[in-house]
Design a protein around this ligand. Structure first.
Ligand SMILES: [Zn+2]
Length: 278
């Protein structure tokens, strides 16, 4: 059988009432999940969190953020009380979410600490992770079935969070990488992601193909391709190229549609990834 390439723009931009969000075509076609990635459009927060800020730890009005959650949950047809949120610290720990965790970090106090990736095989448990330039990784094992989300900034990428999430899915659910669909969501692309020598050093140390991931602009100025870094990491872990969907939106170029840590000069809202088995 002819092998297909990576699915660029395997994402669809949708709108329900005023809320704009993205879904992954292959995940939708599986019929196994409800899922989506939020934009900044369709919420109630004021600048600099305008408008669909989902970060409860930001200096934004909490009641307004909860109003934003209700709007996105409505659009994705996910119950607010089923959400379980990560606690992200740019590390690589993966947390196995259980039904008893529902509500944690959103409608209830959370005891989930320092977890940048979440996995589950239970139904009616909605995983939530946060972004504003970092790389969102969506995982769907269509056979067992099981799901996962991981937050991969440059630190998480170097700490192999994508591979660690796959390894934990294999250990806990018996997932085979060949059965796993991956979505690489909207993030800062190479066009806008300038880094300095110490960051490039970490990539050089970790990946023998590091030269593919960076482009030198001038002394101590490099452009870094986090999308490619994560794609190659996942392919090397056994994910089939044709099972990877890549969203081509750059969060910094499309600051009208997304919150961007870089474009908004650090004071900005949080986008979120959502996924739930049905
Ligand atoms: Zn860009």
């Amino acid at each position: 059988m002819k092998r297909q390439g990576v699915k660029k723009m395997g994402y669809i931009l949708k709108q329900k009432s005023k809320v704009k969000y993205l879904t992954i075509s292959s995940f939708e076609e599986s019929g196994l999940v409800k899922h989506g990635f939020s934009t900044r459009i369709g919420g109630f927060s004021k600048a600099p969190y305008d408008t669909l800020n989902l970060g409860l730890k930001k200096d934004d009005d909490k009641a307004t953020v909860m109003q934003n959650y209700r709007a996105i949950c409505d659009a994705l047809e996910i119950k607010l009380s089923d959400l379980v949120s990560s606690d992200q610290v740019h590390e690589n720990d993966v947390y196995l979410v259980k039904k008893s965790d529902r509500g944690k970090g959103i409608t209830k106090q959370s005891d989930i600490v320092a977890k940048d990736a979440l996995i589950t095989n239970e139904k009616n448990v909605a995983l939530v992770t946060y972004y504003a330039d970092c790389v969102p990784l969506f995982f769907l094992d269509t056979i067992t079935p099981a799901i996962g989300l991981a937050h991969a900034g440059w630190r998480g990428t170097v700490k192999m969070i994508g591979q660690k999430t796959l390894n934990k899915m294999a250990d806990v659910f018996g997932s085979n990488p060949k059965d796993i669909l991956v979505g690489i969501g909207p993030c800062i692309n190479k066009c806008c992601y300038e880094v300095d020598e110490p960051v490039v050093y970490e990539f050089r140390k970790t990946f023998n193909y590091w030269e593919k991931l960076v482009e030198k602009k001038s002394d101590n100025h490099w452009m870094l391709d986090l999308v490619l870094a994560n794609r190659l990491q996942l392919e090397n872990a056994g994910i089939d190229k044709s099972n990877i969907s890549i969203c081509e939106f750059c969060t910094s170029c499309r600051n009208d549609l997304f919150f961007s840590h870089r474009a908004d000069d650090k004071k900005t809202g949080s986008l979120a990834a959502f996924i739930q088995l049905i």
